[in-house]
Write a protein that binds this ligand. Structure first.
Ligand SMILES: [Zn+2]
Length: 121
């Protein structure tokens, strides 16, 4: 008698019954899952699915560090820098230069996007 037989761990009796497969709802169009479904079926993805896939991939690229730069409106950059601590503003100046930082902050201040607006939003 083997160790497994002595312990009663032999044969099909110890196997757990396979649970019935749970059917999920298919991903609705406009999601990355639906885009993949189109692709696997050899279909041309619909516009909402293409848009969802583009967004998903862009976010993945940003998360994974594949994307090094993004296009941000000057007003948004300026508002963020205006609200940022001085060290962050100085770091940004080292990264992109003093002129772009000064210009972006000036645009934000001109448009009334002050620190309070950013924090209240
Ligand atoms: Zn679709």
């Amino acid at each position: 008698m083997t160790v497994t037989e002595r312990l009663g761990l032999y044969g099909p009796a110890v196997r757990q019954p396979t649970p019935a497969k749970v059917r999920r709802q298919p991903a609705p169009c406009g999601s990355y899952g639906a885009y993949q479904r189109h692709y696997k079926r050899g279909e041309t993805p619909c516009r909402p699915c293409k848009k969802a896939a583009a967004t998903y991939i862009a976010l993945w690229r940003a998360r994974s560090g594949k994307t090094k730069h993004v296009l941000v409106p000057v007003q948004v950059l300026g508002a963020l820098l205006a609200a940022a601590p001085t060290e962050v503003e100085e770091w940004a100046e080292q990264q992109i230069g003093a002129n772009p930082v000064t210009a972006a902050v000036a645009v934000a201040l001109r448009d009334g996007r002050t620190e309070g607006d950013v924090l209240d939003a």
